[in-house]
Ligand binder design. Sequence first.
Ligand code: SF4
Length: 354
Amino acid sequence: MAEDKIDIKSLDYTQLQELLESMGEKKFRSKQLYEWIHKRLVLEFDEMTNLSKDMRKKLAGTCTIEGARIIKKQVSSDGTAKFLMRLSDGNTVESVLMKYKHGNSVCISTQVGCRMGCRFCASTVGGLIRSLKTSEMLDQIYEIQRTTGERVSNVILMGIGEPLDNYDNVVKFIRMLSDENGLNISQRNITLSTCGLVDRLKKLVDEKLTITIAISLHAPNDELRREMMPIANRYSINEIIDACRYYVDKTGRRITFEYSMVEGKNDSRECAMQLIELVRGLNCHINLIPLNPVEGRMGQRSKGADIQAFKLLLEKNHINVTIRREMGRDIDAACGQLRNKEKGGNYDEGIRKD
Ligand code: SF4
């Protein structure tokens, strides 16, 4: 992205009004301009035909509407499509389009890499390079709509990166995605998944958004969680559960826990019992995820029978639980794998080879 130009796609409606005023343009133009960028998803100022030529020229001279561009697509036999997207500085991230009966969901990345270091995750290999701008998160959805013609109705922040480690841009992204002048995706259809940065989580609750929050829990006690997720050295499970109670009390909404099933690690009867005690009385839903093994990372997926037994035990104790339906297993489904592969390969000169 040209450094000296304004990243216009990251400006919310009010900021866009201020920009136009500073350029001596009428305020009502901001609605037209916002719609061109966030509803009609155009990539060139010249396509904005209801703006004067003079205004388009001025905008092109001072602003950029660059974002993310698809450079590779893998389609699974179940219709799930995974996209490798190149950002304007050459870095790459991944996004996934999943088709359900109730509509299309897109899972987006929020950072280039991740510094959380979860042992089972491919996205953290190589650490964090940088956080994404609001425009780069929006454009993952826009680019998929633009190129596939599919309308996106649900958005999940569960791709590469820890969303709450990019707090301000992510909150702005959620507000802009649900802006009635843009794609107007209901906040109820947006899910944010976090490994549990407790302070940021509480702050997020106070933003009064109506999104769904999913906590990557993966272990029912601190010792095991520390083995799987270094962030557990900073926040204990009890602190996370306290923050979840705060969320449920303040919003009246149910919280989701993600629990990746790793063979011989966290899939025992004892773990199930600990998990039941942990969430007892909390309005929650537990999503059991058969692990997607990543080469060189921790663990193999639990056996089907063990996952079923784990689920049954939770159900017997009146805990809402589902086993996540697997999408796109035949296409490097675990997040971060496609990007890692491309970095190792020689796909495109623009991709950073770090
Ligand atoms: S699971 Fe999420 S938070 Fe953990 S390393 Fe991977 S991307 Fe980061």
